[in-house]
Design a protein around this ligand. Structure first.
Ligand code: GLV
Ligand code: MG
Length: 349
């Protein structure tokens, strides 16, 4: 355990002071792109107008022969662009890979003034975060950075899930966590072969009808990710960091993608990854509270006056606890309204 008194002290002489609070900004979509692809790089300014966060991917999906080109492409993109309100992050290769050290050195040394967060894959426990934390502090000190680079961990190993609380609290750099269903499925030896979403075999079936034993019995698919998402949300929120759902690989099934994202939103996540530009709009829609919910929440808050006691509204009981839920919805709406004029108008904020 780290001494909490040292939590706000830099880990290296000359490194910037760690943040006491994680900055909360609209983070509905983390758009992953291949920085070695020049055609894609040219489209980034347009994509940045829609996505809240751009993630230069150096890890999985970038073939081994293109790792250096991806790293160099990322540095060039960071140096040559100003994406305004849209944050620039990078997903580095895993800590045990031959690329990790050069990824970190280039990211901090050559793009550190623009980069907001490093996405750390395949995190297993607090020791991984401690190692990256120390390395970042040394690199920040060497390059004279004035703002600490944050860490976003991917929860995608069985051991990582077992250690999720200690990962969330391992460092003041921890910005948040994303559920990585593809690697997590492999690590757990689940018998799926897809990136996120449900599986038709994972279901419950209604009981047989005693009178009609041959009658068809209704089944309903269950959410394979519910348990992990719930653990991750509790670990993140109780540590003051932000939970995200990760990738949804079936680009051709926007409806199921939207369902997966909405489950995450309702359970407390603030955003999800987009692997294709079409998923940015899905994430923007799903992770922005619906305008009718915001109007309802504003009505409840107004009707509850100082926020204590109980009132009946449209036949439903409201009390201090529903006001607190409504405040969550309205404060998220206010945050998003500052970035998104269309939604500001729809929310009447
Ligand atoms: C993401 O990296 C995943 O493995 O799902
Ligand atoms: Mg992965």
């Amino acid at each position: 355990m780290r001494n909490p008194r040292n939590f706000t002290k830099p880990l290296a002489i000359g490194a910037p002071q760690p943040l006491a609070e994680i900055p909360v900004r609209p983070s509905r979509s983390l758009h992953f792109f291949d920085p070695s692809n020049e055609r894609m790089a040219a489209k980034l300014p347009a994509i940045a107008e829609k996505a809240d966060i751009l993630v230069a991917n150096l890890e999985d999906a970038i073939e081994a022969g293109k790792k250096e080109a991806a790293r160099e492409g990322f540095v060039k993109i960071a140096r040559e662009n100003d994406f305004g309100e849209t944050q620039l992050w990078t997903r580095v290769n895993s800590l045990d890979s031959p690329w990790f050290l050069d990824d970190m050195t280039a990211a901090v040394g050559e793009a550190g003034r623009t980069l907001e967060a490093i996405v750390l894959p395949k995190v297993q426990g607090a020791w991984d975060i401690h190692f990256a934390d120390q390395l970042l502090a040394l690199l920040e000190a060497r390059h004279g950075l004035e703002r600490p680079i944050l860490i976003h961990a991917i929860l995608e190993t069985a051991l990582g899930v077992a250690n999720v609380e200690e990962i969330a609290t391992a460092s003041p750099r921890m910005q948040g966590m994303s559920l990585g269903p593809a690697d997590l499925a492999a690590s757990r030896r689940m018998k799926t072969t897809r990136v996120g979403g449900g599986h038709p075999g994972y279901l419950v079936r209604e009981d047989p009808d005693g009178q009609r034993p041959d009658a068809a019995r209704v089944t309903a698919q269950q959410d394979l990710w519910h348990y992990t998402m719930a653990r991750m949300v509790d670990a993140c929120v109780s540590s003051g960091i932000l939970p995200f759902y990760g990738p949804f690989g079936d680009i051709g099934d926007p409806l199921a993608c939207e369902d997966q994202f909405r489950n995450a939103f309702l359970m407390g996540c603030v955003g999800a990854w987009s692997l294709h530009p079409s998923q940015i709009e899905i994430a923007r829609r799903v992770f922005s509270p619906p305008p009718d919910e915001v109007h309802w929440a504003k009505r409840v808050i107004a009707a509850m006056g100082d926020g204590t006691g109980a009132v009946m509204m449209d036949g439903k009981m409201q009390d201090d606890a529903t006001v607190r839920q409504c405040q969550v919805v309205v404060s998220l709406a206010r945050l998003i309204a500052r970035r998104d004029p269309d939604l500001a108008a729809a929310y009447e904020l």
